[in-house]
Design a protein around this ligand. Structure first.
Ligand code: ATP
Ligand code: MG
Length: 356
């Protein structure tokens, strides 16, 4: 990475934060290049919005440092106010002014621009989001998706160096969400902002992001490209953020662990080590040739896949309940006995603390 690359974009160093109780962010560091989209993905309450508020300057920094394009915005002494940070926010509530027309909502965001340029710039960004035809209507005359597109145009108007988006699609229904997501991604890819998005929807994070930071209890657990995180999660928490998993426990014997679903490789763990075996629902296959059998408890067609709930005989004679996501052509009937095998690329083994 060249010095120029390091200078451009957002640099967060060792940021910790607390309100009136326990720490909410703990020693968080991250870098987002200009033109890059980084997503904070994590469960409710893990500190995602707090990080965005600190970046925006809406919350005063307590510990660490935030730099943008080489300029310190906050370090405990310096605290650049929000309006001087070249930052735009896109939140789930569209926050358009109801008494202003669409174009005047966008022009409102251009206060620092020469007045002669504002209208042309507003029309340009409205055009980018396909909303020019609605320039003179009021927000209440628009659908939710259209309002969010206007909110995006307003956020983009001043060409901010930083774009912050907090669950920007969560108020939209599924089909609208896809549409607006496409537009937002296209607009961001054609801008020079460094973007930080927040979501707890992993599919959304994978679709939108160049990189994802998985956050738990105020700490970054793993950061990488969507593919890196999906293929090589560092622990069960990260794995669990990217879809449904089945969990089993066992002990390593000669590089393997015996599970109710068959023998699983554990090449890097010593003999006798306790471990958890995690299998994504899409890693359980119907396999008529397998010696492992399960009984179908429910079968639900979900469009591209069918979700099966299966009961297997567990290790101690206890039943093991497993979820499998199979292709529709693997259609099965309730109560049917089926052979099952595992798809190795969806099987993960992590060591457990020994509680002998
Ligand atoms: N202004 C505040 N005063 C006190 N505590 C707060 C304040 N804002 C947030 N918190 C607490 O800080 C923690 C992190 O909150 P934050 O809003 O950053 O979480 P989040 O990851 O955005 O969650 P969600 O996905 O539910 O939006 C929570 O425990 C929350 O209750
Ligand atoms: Mg939040």
């Amino acid at each position: 990475m060249t010095t120029k690359d390091t200078m451009n974009g957002i640099l967060v160093e060792h940021v910790s934060h607390q309100y009136n109780g326990p720490p909410v962010l703990q020693d968080m560091s991250l870098q987002v290049g200009s033109r890059e989209i980084l997503t904070l993905l994590g469960p409710s309450g893990c500190g995602k919005t707090t990080m965005l508020r600190l970046l925006a300057g809406l919350e005063e920094l307590q510990e660490g440092r935030i730099t943008v394009d080489g300029r310190v915005l906050a370090d405990g002494v310096i605290n650049v106010p929000p309006e001087k940070r070249s930052v735009s926010l896109l939140f789930q509530d569209f926050a358009l002014f109801p008494h202003l027309t669409v174009i005047n909502n966008v022009i409102f965001g251009l206060k620092d621009w020469p007045s002669s340029d504002r209208r042309a710039r507003a029309l340009h960004v409205l055009d980018q989001v396909g909303m020019t035809a609605f320039a003179d209507v009021y927000p209440h005359q628009l659908s939710g998706g259209q309002q969010q597109r206007v909110a995006l145009a307003r956020a983009r108007g001043p060409r901010p160096r930083i774009m912050l988006m907090d669950e920007p699609f969560s108020n939209l229904d599924t089909s609208l969400r896809r549409q607006v997501r496409d537009i937002v991604l296209w607009v961001l890819q054609n801008s020079v902002s460094a973007t930080v998005m927040v979501t707890h929807d992993s599919e959304e994070a994978m679709f939108m992001s160049d990189r994802i930071a998985v956050v738990n209890e105020g700490r970054i657990v793993q950061m990488g490209t969507p593919e890196e995180l999906y293929k090589n999660p560092v622990n069960s928490f990260v794995l669990g953020m990217f879809g449904e998993v089945n969990r089993m426990e066992g002990r390593v014997l000669a590089g393997h662990i015996e599970t109710p679903m068959g023998l699983v490789c554990a090449p890097n763990l010593p003999d006798g080590a306790p471990a958890e075996v995690l299998v994504r629902a899409e890693g359980v296959r119907i396999d008529p040739n397998s010696a492992v059998h399960g009984q179908v408890v429910t079968s639900r067609m979900l469009g591209q896949a069918t979700l099966l709930h299966l009961d297997l005989e567990g290790s101690n004679g206890d039943p093991l309940h497993v979820h499998a996501r199979v292709r529709d052509n693997d259609r099965t009937r309730v109560n049917q006995e089926v052979g099952l095998s595992l798809d190795d690329q969806h099987v993960f083994v992590f060591p457990l603390p020994d509680v002998k």
